[in-house]
Design a protein around this ligand. Structure first.
Ligand code: F0G
Length: 460
């Protein structure tokens, strides 16, 4: 039945389905048992016990028939594989960076870069560090600081580019020059802050500040195509440009980038680090051989590189992006209709529920974000992720408290709008009983990246 005119309209898929994967809604009893066995940590739940998996948009994309066809032309040579040549050419064309070093995923690229540029006594800023980025910065002795604009912390601010860097603050930090700041990172889109985009104007100002201080600028370009889509829509003079053309507006201002192709590469595994710095590239390759593999495969099967070459291009197609961002907006409209609070405007890869307004009766010490994650699973076997006190509570001692969010990340080309309608129903059911939801306590936590392995207990 067609929706009434007042109801949000789902976007129409620019593809049809060729292969299906069965999913099953576990019973209420099974869900309770799964929660108990997992220590109330959704990372510890088997995917067979999940109905709609919104844990991450990373490595969870459905590949296209063209990508699967590309997998069949893998040239699995250790050295000099033609698939690497194609991958290198694709990434060079899209980014303009001359040195392309493949890695098995984004954090491997981060490991290579930060193990060479990070050191004690230095500070590495970002609009907002993602968890693995922060971990690699800190593992190498640098201090990771977040320098997003104040609007990024105002969950209702309609600012069109809430991923932007606070340039005056950056300039202040850059007074210490390269001795203090070995590299400036900017993440497109700002995942930790709600999948919010960064404007070309902002990168231009960041670039000028970096140049003046003699500090290189690197982009975390995991979701660069989604970022470019927002730029095309929201920034003056960009409307007639293609996604790759907008991408070059960013990349031409940067010295290099790290990439997880598991996002805007539309593959299940893969990534790279890219740079203009020939000397650094040589050292990155030495590191690569120790940790990942030879520079023409970087920890991947060569067929994976071929699939990424195709996926990187497909992620730039406008009809794909319109549908992708359209799905996020559709879910946003469904939740808005019920007055459910989330980060506005909706970002590129998911909805971020505003936990402080969802569960205002729970103090921070009762980990309301984690409680909400548990309740969404309990209600409808939806797996989401806490982006708040558990993920980042121990990140910057003395720094601003992290935003308290629950992310519903939408995998690319995987779920239909009917699935998203189900998700909206489940969130609404939890919303309707929100005042009776109780907190959780962390009863076990590893030292680093504790959200992956921590165990929790419901509060009595
Ligand atoms: N940078 C950003 C902004 C990310 O979102 C991620 C991964 C990485 C780097 C690391 O990439 O997973 O390929 O090693 N984000 C996923 C997420 C895991 O769920 O947001 P990776």
């Amino acid at each position: 039945m067609a929706p009434a005119p007042s109801e949000p309209r789902p976007p129409v898929e620019p593809y049809k389905v060729k292969v299906v994967e069965r999913i099953r809604l576990p019973s209420r009893e099974e869900r309770e048992a799964a929660l108990r066995a997992a220590g109330y940590n959704l990372f510890q739940i088997r995917s067979d016990d999940v109905y709609i998996d919104l844990l991450t948009d990373s490595g969870t994309s459905a590949m296209s028939d063209r990508q699967w066809a590309a997998m069949m032309i893998g040239d699995e040579s250790y050295a000099g594989s033609r698939n690497f040549a194609h991958f290198e050419e694709t990434v060079r064309t899209l980014t303009g960076f001359p040195h392309i070093i493949p890695t098995h995923q984004g954090r491997a690229a981060e490991n290579l870069l930060f193990s060479l540029v990070g050191r004690p006594g230095t500070v590495i800023p970002n609009n907002m560090h993602f968890d693995t980025t922060r971990a690699h910065v800190e593992r190498n002795g640098s201090k990771a600081v977040n320098l997003a604009i104040p609007e990024a912390y105002d969950l209702q601010s309609p600012h069109p580019f809430k991923g932007n860097v606070d340039v005056p603050k950056l300039e202040e930090l850059l007074r210490g020059g390269p001795a203090l700041v070995p590299v400036v990172m900017v993440t497109l889109t700002n995942n930790t802050g709600g999948g919010q985009p960064v404007s070309v104007a902002n990168i231009t100002a960041v670039h000028a500040a970096c140049r003046a201080a003699g500090v290189p600028l690197y982009l975390d370009m995991c979701r660069w195509a989604e970022n470019a889509f927002f730029v095309r829509e929201r920034e003056g003079g960009m409307r007639d440009l293609s996604i790759p053309e907008i991408g070059r507006r960013f990349f031409d201002l940067a010295d290099g980038a790290t990439m997880s192709a598991k996002k805007d590469g539309l593959v299940n595994i893969g990534g790279f680090v890219a740079t203009r710095d020939t000397a650094l590239a040589a050292r990155l390759k030495e590191q690569l051989i120790i940790f990942e593999g030879f520079p023409t495969y970087g920890g991947l099967a060569r067929r994976d590189l071929e699939a990424a070459s195709v996926g990187l291009r497909e992620a730039c197609e406008l009809d794909y992006l319109e549908h992708r961002i359209g799905q996020v907006r559709y879910l946003a409209a469904c939740l808005d209709a019920d007055g459910i609070p989330f980060v506005h405007p909706p970002g590129g890869h998911g909805i971020y529920l505003d936990v402080a307004r969802f569960l205002p009766h729970l103090p921070a010490s009762e980990l309301p974000g984690q409680s909400l994650v548990v309740e969404l699973y309990r209600e409808g076997a939806i797996r989401t992720v806490e982006v708040g006190a558990v993920m980042f509570g121990d990140a910057e001692p003395g720094g601003p408290p992290p935003l308290e969010l629950v992310r519903l990340a939408i995998p690319r080309r995987v779920y239909t709008s009917a699935h998203l309608g189900y998700v909206a129903d489940v969130v609404r059911r939890v919303w309707n009983r929100r005042t009776s939801i109780r907190g959780v306590r962390m009863v076990e936590a590893p030292e680093r990246l504790r959200h992956f392995l921590a165990k929790f207990q419901p509060m009595a």
